[in-house]
Design a protein around this ligand. Structure first.
Ligand SMILES: Cc1ncc(COP(=O)(O)O)c(C=O)c1O
Length: 376
């Protein structure tokens, strides 16, 4: 029997509709902070690179152009402290979401194989395991879980984390890699790092967010390790589907082979645009400053309105709960919808208490949300 959609969780956003309607009815209308879709313009230099590559009659290469793969290698050396990656071990993806959804299948996982993912997590890790017929398992202690059973085949890490903005340090990453390497069976550790350029709190703001490919984590051996990265957030490119995976050369070669057969190819003009975006750090710094300002305004407004902001050290979200505690996340969503502010319940991500507040709204909308909270 084939996979039926009944095996997948309900698409959660549909369940938010009644509360979106309540927020829309607020005088002045809705301030939608429920989704993390960028709203600021795509940088001019990226648009120009896309347009310059618009004449594209032939098939693009699945592996990505040499220029794109070199740009990824250079970016890792410049921005992530990871030198000497092999350009052959870079593979562009059609946005990170498809890779997250299909990695278990591309790795050939199936019944009896366990896929670990963070307890409060982006829902696609779970979905990807289900699509492959494998078993998703939430845990915040993947190293401990790996030590208790040899059924884990894939570990998803997400640092900085969506939804809670937590960051994994070098020691935490290395503990997972060591546990994976000590496991009886083969284990892939894939780290989704798409918010890495958006660190707010120390030490990460100064040191940068460590990658799974950091030599202090890997000891120089990339076997079984993959870093997943996306330009959707750092460069306002969600509409382009510009992202890549990089890591263990043998593993990437296997992924490439399957993706070639399946036609999972990034369009040529998008490859050119991605190359341009990765080669320019200035637009990323500018965008980071914009989010930093919005975050300060929103955080202060929530805190003075009686909410606590937990973790949220990096990334595009505030992880918020009423300071007094104990209230279900849906009730908090309803309270805020009463102010015309729509946020996402932690329940979407496996957490009953918090709500996720996105920083991806215009300055005007953020100011409006802050004003409504201060009147509350
Ligand atoms: C943790 C995480 N991974 C992956 C993605 C997907 O990004 P994209 O498919 O735009 O590259 C998102 C998007 O919100 C995310 O939050």
């Amino acid at each position: 029997m084939g996979l039926l959609t009944g095996d997948l969780p309900d698409f959660p956003w549909d369940t938010l509709t009644p509360l979106a309607e309540r927020a829309r009815a607020y005088p002045g209308g809705i301030v939608d902070l429920s989704v993390g879709t960028p709203v600021d313009p795509t940088p001019e230099l990226v648009r120009e690179a896309l347009a310059a590559a618009a004449d594209s009659p032939g098939y693009p290469t699945t592996h990505g152009t040499p220029a794109l793969r070199q740009a990824v290698v250079d970016w890792f050396a410049r921005r992530r402290g990871v030198r000497g990656l092999d350009p052959a071990a870079v593979l562009p993806t059609v946005g990170s979401k498809e890779l997250v959804a299909f990695l278990p299948s591309l790795l050939g996982l199936g019944a009896g194989d366990v896929v670990l993912h963070p307890a409060a997590a982006y829902p696609t890790y779970d979905v990807g395991a289900r699509l492959a017929g494998a078993t998703p398992e939430p845990t915040d202690d993947p190293a401990g879980r790996l030590a208790h059973g040899d059924d884990v085949r894939l570990v998803w890490l997400n640092s900085p984390g969506n939804p809670d903005g937590s960051v994994l340090g070098v020691d935490q990453l290395r503990a997972v890699v060591d546990a994976a390497r000590s496991s009886a069976g083969p284990v892939v550790v894939a780290s989704d790092e798409c918010y890495a350029e958006l660190a707010w709190d120390e030490p990460w703001a100064s040191t940068g967010v460590p990658s799974i490919l950091d030599p202090r984590v890997t000891g120089g051996d990339l076997t079984g390790l993959l870093a997943v990265y996306s330009l959707s957030k750092q460069s306002n490119l969600a509409g382009y589907r510009a992202s890549f995976v990089v890591g263990d050369p043998a593993l990437v070669a296997r992924l490439l082979e399957v993706r070639k057969h399946a036609g999972m190819i990034v369009p040529g003009p998008v490859q050119a645009a991605t190359t341009a975006a990765l080669s320019d750090d200035e637009h990323v710094a500018t965008q980071r400053a914009v989010y930093g300002r919005r975050r300060r305004v929103l955080r202060a407004a929530f805190e003075s309105a009686g909410y606590a902001v937990d973790r949220s050290h990096a990334g595009l979200y505030l992880w918020v709960r009423p300071e007094s505690g104990g209230q279900d996340s849906w009730a908090t969503v309803a309270d805020l919808a009463g102010l015309g502010i729509l946020v996402a319940p932690g329940a979407f991500y496996g957490d009953a208490e918090h709500v996720r507040v996105a920083l991806t709204a215009s300055d005007q909308s953020i100011a409006e949300a802050a004003a409504r909270l201060s009147g509350a």
